[in-house]
Ligand binder design. Structure first.
Ligand code: ADP
Ligand code: MG
Length: 681
């Protein structure tokens, strides 16, 4: 299994090179590169017998052509599919590559909806596959994700070459029947019915969950062996500090900080995740933790994912701590006199240093780093977080407070992080404005969105905290791509900027994207915060916690192409001031809005949405994939609580016998990758 993938039949150096690029290095990786889905071509209907609804037909295609619809941005590709019994019209939207996909005279299976549209029945946007690629007996065809030049059909050919090799796959887990693993992998690639595929994947999901949970439990055990500085809870001083704030803490903030104070009094390092929706006031909780630690003589490092955010935190914390004689410093790539700053960090003159990745360099040394706070922790890689943790004095580990605005559903917490300590901010400070969310078709923007833009631009600036140069209220406009391209129909940041300047000539429109230099990005963001820009057209780089309360409208183009969590994050850029806020999801094409968008339209509760997200990706599609930092669960659905529960119980049994760790060496080796992901520190 550990042999290089080029050892398999039919995989030469060139193919191996491509596979490696996509993380498929070993024979094991190759076998675990499972089909993304299966199509069932068991029973195609003859065209003469078609009824409206989802259908599978087998036929040849001709008369293909593409035209632009009257409505902008819609490319229509049409053709005719024939079998012995008749012919039907087929239509694809914005898939002009279909023109080049088909060879005349070859037969294909088409799967899609046969619907009444624009005055007649057609097959709408079907998937299509060469008939000779389908297993003639089962009628089931696995579909693989294409990697570079390697298409799904190439993967099918390659895996078929290695069919005989599956028999040699060794067992991996205890507590399952011997041979389960090799059977499962085989039937995942060569199912004879959909049911067998499902069963195979269920075992593989269990295997994945077992590994994850085991990794998380081992991490926990290791954390408990570490020692940290005890930080006493100074009730009186904390009370004074809270009294000095311009607002009352929410109950959730009180509870979270109390949990943190309890943790920090202990000798084992705190390892706590603070979850709270955008705007729930996580920074204030972090500030109280920092204050407590500094009172005890500790130094605190506060890590933020971008220079913009680091700046913002620095300004806020400096102001907050000024009356308490606490020295706060900022360390980012742009910091001028790094050398003397680093000297002052090393000799302990600085109590709290806020910074970006620049904090992680080897020459940033501390006198006594006892608390590390990481904002938007999922934005950092494990190695980066570890670097910071290693800066505490010898044989001591710092307490860790990680923060995230992306709530992690309960089942995920259990699997990914063992029994991670979590504090939750589930209420927003009083007086927050709700965000009114609307889903719009692209064709409706002129009529429904432009007037709204005019209205926002002409409103009085938000009173709470607005840039001095603001003329009205401000707008974010999110685009999918930076530049126009052949493969995508999405309007790019640059084109959108140009168009908006044409439509709103008096309005100051600028753009922001990830390919700009950090200094350029910061400059634009600062101008926006100062109110010098009215509409900021941007890619998702603005997603991370930036605070511009005077921005009250966000438009997200191609909204259907983003995940639910990301859309929620983006939307959280507005609604941070005293004025009502608005979010428009603009969808392209003909499709009815997805459940994802409709849920977002209904709710702004991040915790509710996180559960919905999990469900939507869950049971229905057995292979829900979840991106959590570096984690990409290929098979397991994290809403499958039964399977999670079973895996948990089995892991507990496994850990009861220490000999198991030696006996199951492939398993123990395999979980190191998960151990990296499931650790906070
Ligand atoms: P997030 O959880 O998204 O990081 P922040 O910590 O940035 O939220 O807080 C958002 C805003 O709310 C800040 O301007 C902060 O000063 C303010 N804030 C925090 N706690 C409270 C509170 N209890 N009452 C009113 N405003 C608060
Ligand atoms: Mg924040």
């Amino acid at each position: 299994m550990d042999l290089g993938v080029e050892k398999l039949k039919g995989i030469g150096p060139k193919t191996a090179e491509i596979l490696k690029k996509y993380g498929i290095r070993t024979v094991r990786d190759f076998f675990y590169n499972l089909p993304r889905d299966y199509e069932n071509y068991e029973k195609p209907v003859s065209i003469a017998e078609i009824k409206p609804g989802k259908i599978v037909i087998r036929g040849k295609i001709d008369s293909l052509s593409t035209r632009r619809a009257k409505r902008r941005n819609l490319l229509i590709t049409e053709g005719v599919i024939r079998d012995k019994t008749g012919a039907i019209k087929v239509v694809w939207f914005n898939q002009s590559y279909r023109l080049r996909q088909f060879e005349p005279e070859k037969e294909y299976f088409f799967t899609g909806n046969f619907e009444f549209k624009n005055g007649r029945y057609s097959l709408i946007s079907p998937s299509a596959i060469l008939a000779s690629d389908v297993d003639p007996i089962s009628g089931i065809s696995p579909i693989y994700v294409a990697h570079g030049k390697l298409k799904s059909s190439d993967f099918k050919r390659l895996i078929n070459n290695s069919r005989a090799k599956f028999a040699e796959i060794p067992d991996l887990l205890p507590m399952v029947r011997p041979g389960t693993r090799k059977d499962a992998l085989f039937f995942a690639h060569f199912p004879n019915t959909l049911k067998t595929a499902e069963k195979a994947r269920e075992y593989l999901a269990y295997e994945e969950l077992f590994e994850l949970i085991l990794a998380a439990k081992l991490n926990r055990q290791e954390n408990n062996k570490l020692k940290a500085t005890k930080i006493p809870f100074d009730v009186k001083k904390i009370k004074n500090f809270v009294a000095s704030l311009p607002f009352k803490l929410t109950n959730a903030q009180r509870l979270a900080s109390w949990e943190i104070f309890q943790d920090m009094q202990k000798e084992t390092p705190m390892n706590r995740l603070l979850q709270g929706d955008v705007g729930s006031g996580k920074t204030m909780v972090a500030a109280m933790a920092a204050y407590e630690a500094i009172l005890a003589g500790a130094q605190v490092a506060f890590l933020a994912p971008t220079a913009i955010l680091a700046n913002q935190h620095y300004e806020n914390l400096r102001e907050l701590f000024e009356p308490f004689k606490i020295t706060v410093a900022l360390l980012t790539g742009a910091t001028k006199d790094k050398k003397s700053l680093k000297t002052n960090i090393k000799n302990g003159k600085i109590n709290l240093v806020v910074g970006t990745h620049a904090l992680l360099t080897d020459d940033t040394e501390f006198l006594g780093l006892d608390l590390v706070i990481i904002d938007e922790q999922h934005r950092f890689g494990v190695e980066q977080r570890q670097k910071l943790m290693l800066k505490s004095p010898a044989d001591l580990a710092p307490h860790l407070l990680a923060m995230t605005a992306t709530p992690i559903p309960r089942s995920l917490q259990l699997t990914l992080f063992g029994d991670l300590d979590v504090s939750i901010l589930n209420e927003l400070p009083q007086g927050r404005q709700s965000i009114q969310t609307t889903i719009l078709k692209e064709t409706e923007t002129k009529e429904k969105l432009y007037p709204k833009i005019q209205e926002i631009l002409s409103r009085l600036p938000d009173t709470k905290k607005h840039g001095k140069n603001a003329r009205g209220q401000q707008i974010y406009w999110i685009c999918k791509a930076i530049e126009d391209s052949e493969i995508s129909e999405a309007t790019s940041v640059k084109t959108r900027t140009r168009k908006l300047r044409e439509i709103f000539p008096k309005c100051r429109v600028e753009f922001l994207h990830g390919k700009m230099k950090p200094t350029e990005k910061d400059a634009i963001m600062e101008q926006f915060a100062d109110g010098k820009i009215d509409i900021l057209v941007s890619t998702t780089v603005v997603e991370v916690g930036v605070d511009v309360p005077n921005a009250t409208l966000i438009v997200i183009e191609n909204a259907e192409s983003y995940g639910l969590a990301q859309l929620h994050q983006l939307r959280g850029r507005v609604g941070r001031g005293a004025s009502p806020a608005f979010c428009y999801f603009v969808t392209s094409g003909e499709l009815t809005p997805s459940r994802r968008l409709r849920e977002l339209e209904k709710s702004t509760d991040g915790f509710y949405l996180a559960e919905v997200d999990l469900k939507l990706r869950g049971p229905g599609e057995i292979y829900g994939s979840l991106q959590h930092g570096a984690l990409d669960l290929r098979i397991a659905s994290l809403s499958d609580t039964k399977l999670i529960h079973k895996a948990q119980i089995d892991v507990m049994k496994f850990l009861q016998d220490p000999k198991n760790m030696l006996k199951y060496s492939e398993l123990m080796q395999g979980i190191t990758k998960y151990q990296q992901i499931t650790t906070l520190n």
